[in-house]
Design a protein around this ligand. Structure first.
Ligand SMILES: Nc1ncnc2c1ncn2[C@@H]1O[C@H](COP(=O)(O)OP(=O)(O)OP(=O)(O)O)[C@@H](O)[C@H]1O
Length: 285
């Protein structure tokens, strides 16, 4: 089963922000969406989530189901979206906020099954210890964990995470990325995560897609696509690559590093991590 995005164009008013993006995400695959600020990551994710409308192109799931044609309720049974900013509803406690993820499944009253999903999602995100506190009393990071738990309770087939770790301390960043990867694999979910940390993306995602000015410019395993040239092109910074515990890692170099250490932005040998060119994912543009 595949989430398939073809020639997607999305804009605000007359300004195009996503420009002819095509990509695929298979079930069981966690894909990192990378790119500089303003490159169109959130816009693309929100369009898959049905919040933005495309001007052209298609978004299909599975056997060709057109996600843009589904009702809100039917879309919410397939797609869960964790927004970048918190915006939790006033007057709810944590449990009730997580229960919102179950609303596509029940009528007027939650069933035992819905509460079971809520409890499991709360436990997974370490929220059970926060008890029945009101969502308005939570810190930014705690609120972000509630949003992720709400998405997990939704039991989606497609999970969209927009910088879900931006407000989290290192323990919960790690935990959230592990949860995202585990849910993707165990529940056979197709997942996209917009993320700025290239090293975390290399550590946790199966594949990365780089957006630049709304265009997909690279698509493949981190070890296959990360290079000083690509990172310079996307972010305008010189970097060195290394390997840590089998994962490619990125280290920005400052002007001072260049002069002090006589470094230039060359790549230490990471060739053993790379797959032969013929086995790599196709670069879309
Ligand atoms: N609601 C909106 N109305 C008009 N323009 C918008 C709106 N939302 C985003 N944009 C513009 O679209 C472009 C892409 O924004 P988007 O939020 O998709 O980028 P991003 O890659 O997610 O950025 P970041 O890494 O900073 O979160 C930016 O130039 C932004 O100013």
């Amino acid at each position: 089963m595949t989430l398939r995005i073809s020639s997607l164009e999305v804009g605000y008013g007359k300004r195009q922000v996503v420009k002819g993006a095509s990509l695929k995400v298979e079930k069981g695959e966690l894909v990192g969406l990378l790119g500089s600020n303003g490159s169109g990551k959130s816009t693309l994710i929100k369009t898959i989530a049905g919040i933005n409308s495309q001007t052209s192109g298609s978004i299909t799931w599975n056997d060709g189901t057109d996600l843009t044609k589904l009702s809100r309720r039917d879309l919410a049974k397939i797609v869960a979206y964790v927004p970048q900013s918190i915006g939790l509803s006033f007057g709810l406690d944590i449990r009730e906020a997580v229960l919102l993820g179950r609303t596509p499944y029940f009528g007027t009253k939650p069933r035992d099954e819905d509460w079971a999903h809520v409890e499991a999602a709360m436990q997974r995100m370490g929220l059970d210890e926060l008890g029945d506190r009101s969502v308005t009393e939570l810190s930014g990071g705690q609120g972000q964990r509630v949003l992720i738990a709400r998405a997990l309770a939704q039991d989606p087939e497609i999970l969209l995470l927009d910088e879900p770790t931006s407000a989290l301390d290192i323990r919960y960043q790690w935990q959230t990325l592990e949860v995202a990867r585990d849910v993707t694999r165990k529940n056979n979910v197709a997942a996209i995560i917009a993320i700025h940390d290239l090293n975390q993306a290399a550590r946790f995602t199966d594949r990365v897609i780089f957006l630049q000015d709304g265009v997909v410019i690279a698509n493949g395993r981190p070890a296959d696509v990360y290079s000083p040239d690509l990172i310079k092109r996307v972010y305008g910074v010189d970097v060195e690559l290394s390997v840590h515990k089998g994962f490619v890692q990125v280290h920005p170099l400052s002007e001072r590093d260049h002069s002090r250490l006589g470094l230039n932005a060359t790549t230490p040998d990471i060739g053993h991590l790379r797959r032969p060119a013929e086995q790599r994912d196709r670069v879309t543009a």
